[in-house]
Design a protein around this ligand. Structure first.
Ligand SMILES: Nc1ncnc2c1ncn2[C@@H]1O[C@H](COP(=O)(O)OP(=O)(O)OP(=O)(O)O)[C@@H](O)[C@H]1O
Ligand SMILES: [Mg+2]
Length: 251
């Protein structure tokens, strides 16, 4: 899959410039980390991938076609885990929430039961089936959003600040899950400031500032510049970047 953001511009009615010529191409499989300071436009760009925001100008293309013309298809093939996971909870209980997609599209419970079990287990929510979503902790809500996103088997999984609220084992098991997905051919786009947890695995690091993409390269090639770009460099030297794996720590 090829997803292209081409010269997106967006100014809000209050005059805030959200995106200012943002361009980015993602081809799956890939493990891309998108970073940048607060307010640099990361969430806004990610939301354009699902047509949740309309740019004033510029284009989003999915396999060369205008996203707006293939929106239902795009929303099947691309999954987004929101920065605020409570915004995407649709069920009363955990299991109802994860089942929401297949159930509302009329699929028989026998055909999705196993997938739901697997997604809950992968997200670290095995045994949470009957818990009320409203009573979940922040980290549990994030795990729930991840489980729901995994259920559709997306070709590209976009996670906006996925480590927020996750404890150490939660973050490490999320990384392990993402690596497994990448191995199976899924594209992973992680939007985060938390480079320490994921940079070791990234093929590409993309940095935004002021609504545009200002860097796009290998983590090693951008390593020296990170502090100047306002990003916290993981401790250690670039030569040992590959060893800074969080996923491996659980093994
Ligand atoms: N609905 C809105 N109305 C006005 N301004 C907005 C709106 N949504 C986003 N913005 C502005 O657009 C800019 C980019 O916002 P965005 O949420 O994409 O930043 P971000 O890079 O995700 O930041 P953070 O790291 O804090 O999550 C910010 O200046 C923000 O205030
Ligand atoms: Mg954001």
């Amino acid at each position: 899959m090829k997803l292209e953001f081409m010269a997106l511009e967006k100014t809000f009615p209050d005059g805030t410039r959200g995106l200012s010529g943002a361009s980015l191409t993602i081809e799956t499989p890939a493990f891309v980390v998108l970073s940048g300071k607060n307010g640099s436009g990361k969430t806004l760009l990610a939301r354009h991938a699902l047509g949740l925001e309309q740019a004033d100008s510029g284009e989003v293309l999915l396999d060369g076609k205008a996203l707006a013309s293939v929106l239902p298809e795009a929303r099947r093939r691309i999954a987004l885990v929101f920065q605020e996971p409570e915004h995407q909870i649709l069920g009363v209980t955990v299991r109802e929430d994860v089942e929401f997609g297949p159930r509302s599209s009329g699929e028989a419970p026998s055909s999705y039961r196993r997938r739901v079990d697997d997604a809950l287990a992968t997200a670290g929510l095995a045994g949470y089936d009957d818990r009320l979503c409203a009573g979940l902790s922040g980290g549990e809500k994030r795990r729930l959003a991840i489980a729901s996103a995994l259920l559709s088997n997306p070709e590209l999984l976009v996670l906006d600040e996925p480590f927020n609220g996750l404890d150490w084992t939660g973050a490490a098991s999320l990384i392990t899950t993402l690596l497994r997905l990448q191995e199976s051919g899924t594209g992973v786009l992680v939007v985060t400031h938390d480079l320490e947890k994921c940079l070791a695995h990234a093929d590409r690091l993309v940095v935004m500032e002021g609504g545009s993409v200002i860097r796009d390269g290998s983590p090693a090639s951008l390593w020296d510049e990170l502090p100047a770009l306002g990003l916290r460099r993981p401790p250690g030297s670039v030569e040992r970047l590959a060893e800074m794996s969080w996923g491996a720590q659980l093994a």
